[in-house]
Unconditional design. Structure first.
Length: 108
């Protein structure tokens, strides 16, 4: 399982810690990411648009603010977000503990 630290992910604040669950070979050209992502307090994934793909987040722990096409809503453990092709989103850790979530990007 490959792990990496990405600074200013999608233009966000701080860094994201990513543990890739499946790689390119396992995804078989059906998607580009299946990973556990950790955002430490104050860190975020910047607001970005998906093209020819969708992204789903499943929040495992912590809490944050999810920007869904410009509408901000709180998220916590057990919440699911979905960003379809052509839409935009971002996520920030607004809590005092790590925000941990699963991220899945599949091609449309």
């Amino acid at each position: 399982m490959k792990a990496e630290r990405v600074e200013h992910m999608a233009g966000g604040n701080g860094h994201a810690l990513i543990r890739h669950i499946l790689g390119k070979e396992e995804l078989k050209d059906k998607g580009r990411l299946y990973a556990e992502v950790t955002l430490e307090p104050g860190c975020s994934v910047g607001y970005h648009t998906h093209h020819n793909e969708s992204e789903t987040y499943y929040i495992l722990s912590g809490e944050g603010n999810y920007d869904d096409d410009g509408r901000i809503r709180p998220v916590k453990a057990g919440d699911i977000t979905y960003t379809p092709d052509g839409h935009s989103h971002g996520l920030s850790n607004s809590g005092t503990e790590n925000l941990v979530f699963m991220a899945l990007i599949i091609y449309d």
